[in-house]
Design a binder for this molecule. Structure first.
Ligand SMILES: [Zn+2]
Length: 258
């Protein structure tokens, strides 16, 4: 009787053990996927920064193996990031040839400038119409941090930190625009323009009163003067384009770096 009621713990132990192993395996797979995702994401972010800052020269071919070594990542992550960047028009995928950094050209710059003036103008008008005191505070605060950074001895125009503060100020101006599509297009155009702006940094050093230009934009926003701010923003965009035109030859191709 006793014998028949005896429970054999062996199989239970064994099942439990299998379950634990399975859970550990699942966790390891999950961890691996998370590591892969974060590697792909960080590769994408670093490549994007290199493209927007023109460290990857516009028009140049991309050597995926070389790039993987430079960024200390793998070719798979580089390829995934490059595919993603083609949809942002920063990379061109060429059949049988691989990837190329999207070139810059005079025509592209002029088209971009004209479109930016239109979209920025619309976003600013909408933003001024809907902006409240919180919107005003962020404009004042972001202007202050931008101007104060430029006043230090070690800071330089076009550095990563200056760019971050400059982006924050421009974002603040249009932040109250309620039209999400307008804002998405504006952000995309602003980023496309970053490559051109980076090329213009050395050309305009000492020539422009950028603090003055940004101050005038801030004042027009706070005075809710939509007509004035559209003119000021149009001039702000055009001055960068004017400086950049020196970089292109008579055929409209970049003459200095490609
Ligand atoms: Zn600006």
């Amino acid at each position: 009787m006793f014998q028949r009621c005896k429970i054999d713990f062996k199989p239970i132990k064994s099942i439990f053990h299998k379950k634990v192993v399975l859970q550990i395996k699942k966790k390891t797979m999950k961890d691996n996927l998370a590591t892969k995702d974060s590697l792909t994401q960080s590769t994408y972010s670093r490549l994007r920064t290199a493209l927007l800052s023109c460290q990857l020269v516009p028009g140049s071919r991309v050597n995926t193996k070389e790039l993987a070594e430079k960024l200390e990542t793998n070719v798979g992550a580089i390829r995934e990031a490059l595919s993603r960047l083609t949809s942002e028009n920063l990379i061109i995928a060429e059949p049988q040839k691989g990837f190329r950094v999207t070139p810059v050209s005079l025509k592209d710059l002029l088209d971009l400038t004209a479109t930016r003036k239109l979209i920025e103008g619309e976003c600013l008008s909408e933003s001024i119409m809907h902006g409240d005191v919180i919107w005003e505070s962020e404009i004042i605060s972001s202007f202050h941090t931008l101007v104060r950074y430029g006043a230090g001895p070690d800071e330089q125009l076009g550095s990563e930190e200056w760019n971050r503060r400059h982006n924050r100020f421009h974002d603040a101006l249009t932040a109250a625009c309620p039209n999400e599509w307008l804002l998405r297009i504006q952000r995309n155009l602003f980023e496309q323009n970053e490559r051109y702006r980076m090329l213009s940094v050395n050309l305009t050093a000492g020539e422009r009163d950028l603090n003055g230009e940004h101050k005038a934009l801030m004042e027009a926003a706070l005075e809710k003067d939509a007509v004035r701010i559209r003119v000021l923003m149009s001039n702000h965009i055009q001055l960068t384009t004017d400086a950049l035109m020196r970089l292109f030859d008579e055929k409209g191709s970049l003459r200095l770096i490609v």
